[in-house]
Design a protein around this ligand. Structure first.
Ligand code: MG
Length: 374
């Protein structure tokens, strides 16, 4: 099965708000082969930049575009293809947008290999250990503790058994933080999982004090309490925190995740459409299994990302949790025609060959950004 075409589709809502919502603007990748199979991937990053990374022509050594690198290659050994992309973008890549773009190509290649072999991607990743994965929803804190409690009650009514709150009023004042955490815990009841996303607001000392303050509310994890670059801070915090510490949505390649695990992080959160794709996620999952850590997919864009995350989570022994995005954007709700639904707090893992998802061509036509011919 030889690659004959690499296409990117930039999909964007008419109004993109400047908020941390990856359902507004995405880059879909389609890779065609001489067997007639077409693999689908997604990049959640700066779509204009990542599209250019696909389309850049051949240049001097190790500075090519991804389409140039992939066309003509056999889809056989996906580790070989990942290394080929990584090596041949090395002079401008290694981290950042080049790896985000590689994520989309890599997801599409796993989709292709699954289709060609007639098995779901979870099978290629070692086999599904479950047919559904438990979901958690990410919610913004309310403006008051009562509002936070109301949002938590809604999550319970939707059947969710886990919810994460973040941003807004949280992080500036210990008393306010505790009041909101208590409100969320009381509304969720004693048995559901509660996570807090701090949004990189603190230093290690502040984070440790807050972890001790909030420990009685039994947080499943405290997410990104520190800057993504405060690596020493994570080392110090993870050694002493009574609450598990999570991070990694901004990290790429297995090298970044090896560093986080070495620093003692308890929960790592790669985003498959950002971190380097399923090849990186598979390696991170194996690393977490060996290191007695937990990997939970960060997933907040389209159903392509969700499907890839589900296959990965299903293949991990300690993988029964996935982030489930409830945003109303048509790029989340409708781009994948057979979007895996939320049923009683769980999400079915697609069981068709490859990723097992189909795109709605009407949604593509409605939201595709058309670039002028150059
Ligand atoms: Mg987060």
């Amino acid at each position: 099965m030889k690659i004959t075409g690499v296409e990117t589709l930039h999909l964007r809502l008419p109004d993109v708000a400047e908020i941390a919502d990856g359902t507004q603007d995405v880059l879909v990748v389609r890779i065609a082969t001489d067997t007639g199979h077409v693999g689908i991937g997604e990049v959640t990053s700066q779509s204009y930049v990542c599209k250019a990374i696909f389309e850049a022509p051949r240049s001097a050594e190790r500075r090519h575009g991804l389409a140039e690198i992939l066309i003509g290659q056999q889809v056989d050994d996906l580790d070989r293809l990942w290394k080929l992309m990584y090596y041949n973008t090395n002079r401008y890549g290694r981290r950042g947008a080049a790896i985000h773009a590689i994520s989309g190509a890599d997801i599409a290649l796993w989709d292709l290999l699954g289709q060609a072999r007639g098995v779901p991607v979870s099978e290629l990743l070692g086999g599904a250990r479950r047919t559904t994965v438990r979901a958690y929803a990410s919610l913004l804190f309310g403006s008051t503790p009562a509002e936070t409690a109301r949002l938590a009650s809604e999550a319970v009514d939707q059947g969710l058994t886990a919810a994460k709150f973040g941003w807004e009023v949280f992080g500036k004042d210990p008393e306010i933080d505790e009041a909101h955490t208590r409100a969320a815990r009381e509304a969720l009841g004693p048995d559901r999982d509660l996570m807090i996303d701090v949004g990189c607001k603190w230093d290690a000392d502040t984070a440790l004090a807050r972890a001790r303050l909030l420990e009685p509310y039994r947080l499943t994890w405290m997410e990104e309490p520190l800057s993504q670059d405060d690596r020493q801070g994570y080392s110090d915090l993870c050694a002493d925190s009574p609450v598990p510490i999570a991070a990694g949505e901004g990290d790429v390649t297995r090298f970044d995740f090896e560093d986080l695990v070495e620093r003692g992080l308890h929960v790592v959160q790669p985003d498959v459409a950002f971190c380097g794709g399923l090849t990186v996620c598979r390696d991170v999952g194996e690393l977490c299994g060996r290191s007695n850590r937990r990997a939970v997919p960060h997933c907040f864009s389209t159903g392509i990302n969700l499907a890839a995350s589900l296959h990965w989570a299903a293949s991990m022994e300690n993988g029964d949790l996935v982030e489930y995005c409830l945003r109303p954007s048509p790029l989340m709700r409708k781009l994948v025609a057979n979007l895996p639904p939320l049923i009683d707090g769980r999400v079915p893992v697609p069981d068709g060959p490859g990723l097992g998802v189909e795109l709605d061509e009407d949604i593509i036509a409605e939201f595709q950004v058309h670039y002028p011919e150059s």
